[in-house]
Design a protein around this ligand. Structure first.
Ligand code: PLP
Length: 394
């Protein structure tokens, strides 16, 4: 007996978790175009567009600005494996899951890892950051700009400045910040930044935009030990992406089409407008949550626009709320994990999914689900968000 397979037909979902986020139809359309060779002149044009569009979103003039073949974690591993070598000292600002992942990658590269710890979702003050770096004098400093596990932002200016003073390179995880808030690689002084295609940029998962400063590339070319990873060796990748186009691996052509189209969408919208859209929809959501008597895990002023972490009300199981949203309305949000398991929801309002309609719908459906589980909101979250939108007209 042959099993009969039906065509792929995923259920209709509204993706409002920590990623992947919604993908626009024109991005899907780009992906469905015929594959050309990875050494085809047309593909080099696509790569060139990806390079210049990424440079705009990253705010950089870095020569090495390209998408690594792999998800955000591939970008992370490219950053760590190229710039952290056996015996070097890696300083990590650790207050969330993705900072821990960077530290683990550093350990596997043979680095001595030192950590400045804070509870998940708490940020580091300028003085603490500076003191830590001055005290440890590391070779490389890593921080997570937008901690998707907690909803907190870690600004990089002070970290990058202090790192430069002790001669260290900085790695910034911009996986959830890129495309949702200013990253400003050059102005901030970041040496290596990486991101992903599926969160703030609005393409499917599969590529990891990475940029490295001239200073970082200079260090890399002088590095005497070999990167343990062949696939993520930026020296080899640079030869493929660069003028000589020497074959390294078969780039995922369709994913590059998708990323290029998603970046064109970003560019057409305009960065300032895009950040403002994310900011407004985030603030409307928070207004809704607060009207419903709920609080946010991260202190005001340190919250990510793209990833919101409302605290789960006492007596409510977050799993049950999430199941009601998914089963009843096809809406995906996620819960916390690690020290935040059961304590917060993780609500992504990012990329193409960051719209007024989605915020209002989600607030309404969350209110219904919470009510069904025994939590009575003191006021309508949807109404509060609507009021926020009308009080701020543009
Ligand atoms: C999602 C995420 C990653 C990992 O990206 P993948 O695409 O899942 O490999 C790394 N860092 C942060 C901050 C993230 O949000």
């Amino acid at each position: 007996m042959h099993k009969k397979y039906s065509p792929v037909q995923p259920p209709k979902r509204l993706l409002m978790g920590p990623g992947p986020s919604m993908v626009e139809p024109r991005v899907y359309a780009a992906m469905a175009q015929p594959v050309v060779g990875h050494l085809d002149p047309y593909f080099f044009e696509i790569m060139e567009d990806v390079h210049s569009l990424l440079a705009q979103v990253y705010g950089t003039n870095n020569h090495f600005t390209m998408a690594i073949s792999g998800t955000g974690s591939a970008g992370m591993e490219a950053a760590v494996s190229n710039f952290v070598e056996d015996g070097s000292k890696l300083a990590v600002f650790a207050s969330g899951f993705f900072a821990d992942r960077i530290a683990e990658m550093g350990r596997r590269q043979g680095a001595q890892v030192v950590r400045l710890e804070k509870p998940w979702g708490v940020t580091f003050s300028a003085d603490e950051s500076r003191d830590f770096i001055k005290r440890e004098k590391p070779n490389v400093v890593a921080y997570v700009h937008a901690e998707t596990s907690t909803g907190a932002v870690n600004p990089g200016e002070v970290i990058c400045e202090a790192a430069r003073e002790v001669g260290a390179l900085t790695i910034a995880d911009c996986v959830t910040s890129l495309g949702t808030m200013p990253v400003e690689v050059d102005r901030t002084g970041i040496d290596i930044a990486y991101s992903c295609s599926q969160k703030g940029l609005g393409a499917p998962p599969g590529l990891s935009p990475l940029t490295a400063s001239a200073r970082a590339m200079e260090w890399l070319h002088k590095r005497t030990t070999q990167n343990h990873s062949w696939y993520l060796d930026l020296k080899l990748l640079d030869e493929y992406f660069g003028a000589s186009h020497r074959y390294h691996h078969t780039a995922p052509i369709s994913m590059f089409y998708a990323l290029r189209e998603a970046l064109v969408v970003v560019s057409e919208e305009g960065l300032e407008q895009r950040y403002e859209r994310h900011r407004r929809n985030h603030l409307a959501f928070v207004a809704g949550m607060e009207a419903m008597g709920m609080s946010m895990h991260v202190a005001a002023g340190h919250r990510l626009p793209a990833l919101n972490t409302p605290v789960v009300p006492a007596g409510i199981e977050d799993m049950k709320i999430r199941k009601r949203l998914l089963d009843g309305d096809g809406i995906e949000i996620l819960g916390g994990f690690g020290p935040l398991a059961g304590k917060v929801f993780r609500v992504g309002i990012m990329g193409a999914g960051s719209t007024k309609e989605n915020v209002l719908l989600l607030l309404e459906k969350m209110e219904d689900a919470l009510k069904a589980e025994g939590y009575a909101a003191p006021a309508s979250g949807r109404a509060a968000a609507e009021k926020y939108y009308t009080s701020r007209l543009t």
